[in-house]
Design a protein around this ligand. Sequence first.
Ligand code: NAG
Ligand code: NAG
Ligand code: NAG
Ligand code: NAG
Ligand code: NAG
Ligand code: NAG
Ligand code: NAG
Length: 396
Amino acid sequence: MKAFTTLASIALCSATAISSVRADCHDLMLNIPVNGTNYRLDILRVDSNTDAIDLVVDIDRWTSQNITERILGEVNISATFSIYAQLCFPEAAKDKHIVQILSHGGVFDHRYWDSQLDPAQYSYVYAALNAGYTVLNYDRLGNGLSEKPDAYTVAQAPIEVEVLQVLTEMVRKGTLLSHSAAGYYYSPKLRLPAFDKIVHVAHSLGSQITAAFLTKYGNQSSGAILTGFTFPTKTGPFKASAFGLEFAATNNPELFGDRPSGYVVPATVNNLQNCFFHRYNASDPTGFTEEALAYAESIKQPLSVGEAVATRGLLKIGYSPDFTGPLQFYLAEFDFLVCDGDCKGDYDPSFPPHVYPNASALETYIRPGAGHGNVLHKNASAGYAVSLDFLKRHGL
Ligand SMILES: *[C@@H]1O[C@H](CO)[C@@H](O)[C@H](O)[C@H]1NC(C)=O
Ligand SMILES: *[C@@H]1O[C@H](CO)[C@@H](O)[C@H](O)[C@H]1NC(C)=O
Ligand SMILES: *[C@@H]1O[C@H](CO)[C@@H](O)[C@H](O)[C@H]1NC(C)=O
Ligand SMILES: *[C@@H]1O[C@H](CO)[C@@H](O)[C@H](O)[C@H]1NC(C)=O
Ligand SMILES: *[C@@H]1O[C@H](CO)[C@@H](O)[C@H](O)[C@H]1NC(C)=O
Ligand SMILES: *[C@@H]1O[C@H](CO)[C@@H](O)[C@H](O)[C@H]1NC(C)=O
Ligand SMILES: *[C@@H]1O[C@H](CO)[C@@H](O)[C@H](O)[C@H]1NC(C)=O
């Protein structure tokens, strides 16, 4: 039973509705203190749709994933950020103290993982709870209900690695609730155990941030599922133009009017289709429905330009000897963004063993038929079963 309703869950129009059927869910607004180093970048400012196109053309002109030449200097950040998270306990297996921390990708927030449209088919949260895991599903910095700081130097991927580390440490120590903001309501009876097993699950930009976390803080993760991510085998352009980015505050003043300079959002539902979906035609059994596409549009979110360019070039992703858990790379077969539309044979299976020499298991799974946003393709739950089974087979 969901114990309470918060302003946040009302604002989200229901983010917790389903989970309430199957689990005990709590909305948290956490104060997360972090120290870290971002970059000062040679990057265009965006205060209009015209600026957004200038930016897109500029980004796509850069040589793909190496933006080193655009780094002007470092910016040290020492701050406490408001981070929204939803914490759900499974009804069953309450004594199974394994928690999954979910990091969404770009242009979505935590709702990416928890579809309110046919949750049994699409919601990863629903699947993980059913399998007995506790789930912490948060909005990354600059996204959803979390704080939206300066888009150029603060809302960048490097500091988000530190946010993930602090969240992970709070979960491990059982101190999450003592960091929940005053005046934000959660059930007073809520008690949090300390979790000794923490699995990190992520999508796309969230996977890059999580991979950087495994490189820097590998011993703090018990296992990981990285979706929509593979090691670079190609150096094509980033495909920023496929997103059809517009300045968020004017794209939808009602929803995104609070976004300052430098927050951008895909203009139309078909821009989302271009980047996140795949099917041959409407009857493709591994494709998607119009309803699922419309649902994606209803939950899309702006991202900061600092995030838009902060792909691997700004993150230290590499040799991760301290990570000793199982790791699954989960690719969508027809991922346009990651594999130019076809991931079969587009990843290098010899690469991960060098990067994760002490991982207990390494596996790449290719989800047949899906596009980059695999969670909203038909029969998505059959893919989740593959990941959850992988974790169980390897002790998590
Ligand atoms: C950040 O740095 C300050 C000053 O060195 C230190 O007091 C604080 O504990 C650090 N915070 C975190 C989360 O590491
Ligand atoms: C990225 O560019 C910088 C500067 O040109 C260069 O030193 C570095 O080796 C490049 N990195 C990769 C991964 O290509
Ligand atoms: C950031 O902090 C590091 C280490 O604390 C320091 O060496 C560096 O000079 C600082 N950079 C800036 C731009 O202040
Ligand atoms: C990970 O390693 C660091 C550095 O050796 C250590 O301080 C920390 O306690 C370790 N954390 C865990 C969860 O083992
Ligand atoms: C849809 O595409 C598939 C695969 O190309 C094809 O076999 C099928 O005939 C198409 N169906 C329709 C209704 O066009
Ligand atoms: C990881 O493996 C290397 C050898 O590849 C070994 O030297 C190192 O001690 C291992 N680290 C951990 C944390 O197990
Ligand atoms: C869903 O996927 C599973 C596993 O890939 C497959 O066996 C099943 O037939 C699929 N169901 C539908 C309705 O497509």
